[in-house]
Design a protein around this ligand. Sequence first.
Ligand code: AN7
Length: 364
Amino acid sequence: MPQHTRYTGLIEHYRSRLPVSPTTRIISLGEGNTPLIQLENIPRLIGKDVKIYVKFEGLNPTGSFKDRGMTMAVTKAVEQGSQAIICASTGNTSAAAAAYAVRAGIKAFVLIPEGKIALGKLAQTLMYDAKIIQINGNFDRGMALVKEVADLAPVTIVNSINPFRIEGQKTAAFEIIDELGFAPDYHCLPVGNAGNITAYWKGYKEYSTYAPGLPAVVRGRPIMCGYQAAGAAPFVEGAMVDNPETVATAIRIGHPQSWDLAWNVQKESGGWFDKFTDEQILAAQKMLSQHEGVFCEPASATSLAGALHDISTGKIPEGSTIVCTLTGNGIKDPDIAMQQCADAKPVTIDASLDAVKRAILDNM
Ligand code: AN7
């Protein structure tokens, strides 16, 4: 008889490695367990002998990796008796916070930079019924305000300064080791607040030292590569950036909250930070869609833009196994997608068999 087990989210799956007790009420939407897709066409296209996998976090319940952290943060907020959560957000955190809050039956307040979050993220956050507070300032300003207001009002902060967020997000590294049987040589991530790169590193470190059921030789830890948008690259500049700008609005962040933690990841893993222009980021997003059938949001494509660059220069040598995290789903930002495909207008024809046939034969 086949065994039937329903997947009920990452807390249940990695329960022994997460800070929950047998009586904790788990707030979950079945997040995690996302596909690790091996790229087949792009390595051939660039003519390099590399194994590139993408961890497609856009397939989480609200369409981004934030769900991993939010299931944990909201579970703990509820356990500790909180009635409301709050975050500042470039869009994805607000969507995740809103969804997990309604699931838990508590309130969500989200501060977003007016006009600077992608349409899909705004739409879903409205649908999840969060209280949206738009500010005429950027994410960094919103984050500062959230930290101040949390001292004055009964709200739990669910940005990645909440340590439970990092706990949830570290499970992505567990999944990668579970699937490959070893850690990749390089792990590439887009970096904004730097919570996720911190979380992956924590996950790799915890899992590679003790992992039941893994082969005896488990390749320990990857070199961590953190890639930023050129106009929002404090880790590359070596200093905070006051007016960050990039088409990749998710990572339009100049004052990362996990500054020291991320520098520690870089040093411990022997990795590096680099920055890529909006053009390079958009080219990587399009390449992934058009050659692999994987549609991620612009910020997410920064990981592939960086990996391809470092493969081309040999900084990441041939023979390497590389994982790029694709942090969010492409359909979250329909405006950018339409701009990317402005030259590929749909053809409009007569609704006749002959016209349809001609449209096919003309385009074979
Ligand atoms: C798609 O939603 O900060 O380096 O407020 O949405 O852990 O901050 C989003 C960040 C990468 C950067 N890719 O991750 C927010 C927010 C996507 C993102 C990042 C974000 P961190």
